[in-house]
Structure formats: C-alpha cells, structure tokens
Design a protein around this ligand. Sequence first.
Ligand code: NAD
Ligand code: WQD
Length: 343
Amino acid sequence: MAKTVLVTGGTGYIGSHTTVELLEAGYDVVIVDNLSNSEKSVLKGIEKITGRKVPFRKVDCGDLSRLRGVFARHPFDAVIHFAASKAVGESVEQPLLYYRNNLVSLMNIIQLMREYNVPNLVFSSSCTVYGQAEKLPVSEQTPRREATSPYGNTKHICEDIIRDSVAAYPGIRSIALRYFNPIGAHPSAEIGELPRGVPNNLIPFVTQTAAGIRPMLSVFGDDYNTPDGSCIRDYINVTDLAKAHVVAVDRMTGDRMKSGFEVFNVGTGRGVSTLEVVRTFEKVNNLKLNYKIVGRRPGDIEAVWADPAYANDELGWKAEKSLEETLRSAWAWQQHLDGKKSE
Ligand code: NAD
Ligand code: WQD
C-alpha cells in the first residue's frame, strides 16, 4: 500500500513542487494549507502535471483542534512541515506574528504526531541559521550564528524544538533540511513561485522586471569582497530541492536514519554572484534586463554557499539542474503567469 505524507504548506512554492515529486515517487499526499501565501489553483497545476487529485484541507496549523481532525481522518506515515511565514523584512516589523505562526504550528504538528503515532517529520530549515560564516562553504558542522531577524530566529528555535522533542519522545524522529536559495519552477511551467506584491527575493524580481511589471532591478551592492563585488549565494533548483524531501522521507520510512535527528544542507555547492545571475538570465533567455547597481541592502550577508557532501554521500541526493536550465524555467513560469492574466 502506498505510504501517505501530510504536506503542510503544500500549496506554497516548495510544498507544491515537493507534492509533485512525492506523487511521482508513488506516495499519497494530503495537503494542509491556510492559503495565507498561496492559492487553491495551485492544486490544478499539480493535477495537470501528475494526473492525480490531491486531498486538500484548508486548515491553519495554529488551530490545534482542526489540525487534529486531519490527523484523525488520515493515517500518515510522515509529515513534511513547510507551513510558515517567510518574509524576513515583515518578520522584523511583526515579530509576534512570526513567532506565533512558525513556532505554534510546529509544536501542534509534533503534538499530533505523538497523539496519532506518526513517527517521521521532515522540517524546512534554512541556510539563514549559518549567518555570515567565517569559513565557506558551510557544512552541517559549521556553527549556527545568532539570527539577524525574527524569521531566522524561528528556524533556530524550531530546530531546537525538534532536537529536544526527538530526545524526549522516542516515537518521533526528524530530518531538518537546510535549504539554500531555492529558485526556478517546474519544467512544465504549471507550478512555480507566486510572490504577493513586490517580490523580496531576487529571481521573482528579475522575472517581473523582464516581463515589464517592474521598471528596474536594483542590484544591492557591488562593493562586497567578492570577485565582481556583488553578493554570492547558492541557488538551488526547486525541483532538485523537492527531490531531497522524497529521499528524506524514503530514508525515514525505510528506517535508515543514523540518529533520531539529522540535519542536511540542501544546496548545489556552487556560489553564484547576483551579477552572474543577471548575466546568465539574460543570456539563456535571450533578453536584456533593466538593472542598476544601488547600495547594499541592510542585513544582507556577503557570501554563503553549501558544502553538500554530507547530503550527497549520506542521503544519496545531488543537485542536478544547471543554473541555465533553472533560469530558463523561471522565465517560462513568469510567461505562463502573464499568459494567464491576459486570458
Ligand atoms: P510559501 O509561502 O510559498 O509556502 C508556505 C505555505 O505555507 C503557503 O502556502 C502558506 O499559505 C502556508 N502557511 C503559512 N502559515 C500557515 C499556517 N499556519 N497553516 C497552514 N498553512 C500555512 O513558502 P516556501 O518558499 O514554499 O517555503 C516553504 C518553507 O521553506 C517555509 O518553512 C520557509 O520558511 C522555508 N524556506 C524557504 C526558503 C525560500 O527561499 N523560499 C528558504 C529556506 C527555507
Ligand atoms: C539573493 C541575493 C540580494 C533582490 C532570503 C532569506 C533567507 C532564505 C532565502 C528562507 C542577495 C540580491 C535581491 C533584489 C538584489 N529564506 N538581491 N536585488 O537574501 O539570500 O535569502 O531568502 O529561509 O532566509 O534571507 O535571498 O533572493 O532576497 O537575495 O540584488 O531586488 O540577491 O542582495 O545577495 P537571500 P534574496
């Protein structure tokens, strides 16, 4: 019988791509999302790609009793917990919203996993826990640094909640995946990132500028201590990232974990500068992007990229897609969105 995975935040950017990969790997999926940062129409995209209809429950993970109703109805083998608020700037303005949403949701999930004997939890963590590391690339052994935003702090605290819960409750085990910078869209262009309002992240800003929705991309700083002066990140294709979740669930349900709580970096191992992203985007999509160099963005770190060796060797997962292919997929998705608007 197919194993069933609860995907919280499953209509979101990474959750929707992961749902597709889980379905294609033979898992059944139930999605829970409160639609605070996504749309129900994403389910149609998932169905178009996979030919399968996914059960969807519009439930807030902060609502313990409604969430309990979902656990009572479906026997889950694993939970992938994506549901969280994720805008760094907003978290500085509204810290309580971030602490409440991100921490309470996770605690409710763990409580219900205990009540319903669901042993396996995959958690969405972030490279934000490393801050500006002294040594690059960062491995899982790189010390975490004090968070520079309430959002980043929720990832620290959530990792700690999981570590302590796994130590205290023998029935629970977990894999935290520390994502680097997820970008791009499904190759079908049926699902992708759906930013609300003015995007904070680089790629949606780039694609919206190319589409004429934004007049100009601001590149934040060219005076960093990097080869071209712009910041360096590890941009990971969202489908590659989604596959890491499938491998993590396989590992947990196949009883192959080495300890109750494992942490993996999910990145490519390649650092790419902002200007390199801009140039590659222009080249592979054969267009010119309006951009200007402006001052540094407060809070930005200069450079971070992953040492993905542990994930490569131990999980048996590796990022496969090139930056070129990924930036083509991001542009195809933007065009798909623009096509829908003009329909
Ligand atoms: P997203 O906003 O697209 O997806 C999150 C989904 O969770 C949304 O559909 C939202 O409606 C839902 N949600 C939020 N709070 C909820 C709640 N209380 N109950 C039910 N649903 C709720 O974000 P994403 O980029 O797909 O991120 C998914 C996870 O990965 C988040 O935990 C995020 O912090 C983490 N992460 C993201 C990035 C990134 O750059 N995108 C990097 C590292 C980690
Ligand atoms: C990437 C690079 C900017 C926009 C954030 C969160 C982090 C993680 C991923 C969740 C930076 C530059 C950007 C623009 C630019 N999320 N940039 N002009 O800041 O690396 O990480 O998302 O956990 O926690 O902080 O991603 O996409 O915002 O920026 O020049 O308009 O692009 O300076 O170097 P970031 P980003």
